[in-house]
Design a protein around this ligand. Structure first.
Ligand SMILES: Cc1cc2nc3c(=O)[nH]c(=O)nc-3n(C[C@H](O)[C@H](O)[C@H](O)COP(=O)(O)O)c2cc1C
Length: 310
């Protein structure tokens, strides 16, 4: 047992499961080291506890920034009087853009100081992307050895792999080790945070000016234009998309009715990716094309929660 166990609250948003898988692993890793880790899934109404020693905010990157759902959850956190350390965890296709700076600033206004940030490159669940790359997948088969090599060459190369060779961007054991190192750092910083002199975490620095600028300028108004259009002939009115919409902007006039989109859509494509009938189309993407069905078996194996003790 750890002599001085710490308590981490982990605020989580995940649309299709990549971030949930990685974050559950992170929580389990903290517990294995003797600390308390409480997962607070924003879609299940999780509330941050005042008594935690540090906060971790975990979410996917969408449109080069954090999801609007996690931004809203952070913006609604009650302010704290005494500063507390915070850490950011993201999953993305390799281009986090302004994800970390935006959350760090929001958290700062609530009284938290972000001491570290880390992202795990995962397969992209962006329909626009998948719909147009998936069909040429077989043609790209010859390039797979190059993709596998690129996958070992750091995150910039990973972004390229993730963009072109969808399945090859899965995280590996190396990514799991990098996550564990990040958690080790988070533990030591939380034990003795120097609020007067916080380090500038490397990953908070702009990675490429272009993607950071895109994330800073991308507005919810534009994202909502990527919202769903329901194909009536395919929709069975099962209501899954309504239940899973993080912006709660889909409604059904009656059970089994085709959902209607109200204001507030953030273009997260959760409805598109989860529809069991492939009945959702979005701007530039026909219904059912390029749906993301969640983490691959390979990724589940890497982040299996019952991982062996270190
Ligand atoms: C609407 C949308 C926009 C996205 N934008 C980005 C992006 O700007 N940069 C990036 O690297 N990945 C982007 N992605 C990919 C996701 O960040 C990535 O697949 C993530 O692991 C999904 O996590 P989840 O399964 O927890 O929802 C985007 C995905 C969606 C659906």
């Amino acid at each position: 047992m750890t002599a001085n166990p710490l308590s981490f609250d982990i605020l989580l948003h995940s649309s299709t499961g990549n971030t949930r898988l990685v974050t559950r692993y992170a929580a389990e890793a903290l517990r294995r080291l003797g600390h308390k880790a409480t997962l607070l899934d924003i879609q299940r109404g999780g509330r941050v506890h005042h008594s935690c020693d540090a906060l971790i905010v975990a979410a996917p990157t969408m449109y080069f920034r954090p999801t609007y759902a996690i931004e809203e959850a952070v913006a609604n956190l009650p302010p704290i009087r005494e500063p507390k350390p915070a850490f950011l965890l993201a999953t993305c296709g390799g281009m986090p853009g302004a994800h970390f700076p935006i959350l760090a600033e929001l958290l700062f206004h609530k009284g938290y100081v972000v001491f570290g940030a880390h992202f795990v490159v995962c397969e992209s669940n962006y329909p626009m992307h998948r719909a147009w790359v998936e069909p040429i997948g077989p043609l790209l088969r010859l390039g797979r050895p190059v993709a596998r090599w690129l996958n070992t060459k750091g995150n910039a190369a990973r972004a390229l792999t993730a963009s072109i060779f969808l399945g090859e961007a899965d995280p590996t054991v190396k990514d799991r080790d990098a996550l564990e190192n990040f958690l080790d750092d988070a533990i030591s910083i939380t034990r003795a945070p120097d609020f007067d002199n916080p380090p500038t975490p490397r990953s908070l620095n702009p990675r490429t000016i272009g993607t950071v600028a895109m994330g800073q300028t991308f507005q919810r108004r534009f994202a909502s234009e990527m919202g769903p259009r329901f194909v009536e002939s395919r929709c069975t009115g099962c209501g899954l998309c309504v239940r899973l919409c993080p912006a709660t902007c889909l409604t059904q006039s009656e059970p089994k009715a085709v959902p209607t989109r109200q204001s507030g859509c953030t273009g997260c494509q959760s409805c598109f990716n989860h529809c069991p009938e492939g009945a959702v189309a979005t701007k530039g993407v026909p219904a059912g094309w390029g749906q993301y069905r969640g983490p691959s078996q390979r990724m589940k194996d890497v982040f299996a929660v019952k991982a062996e003790k270190r």
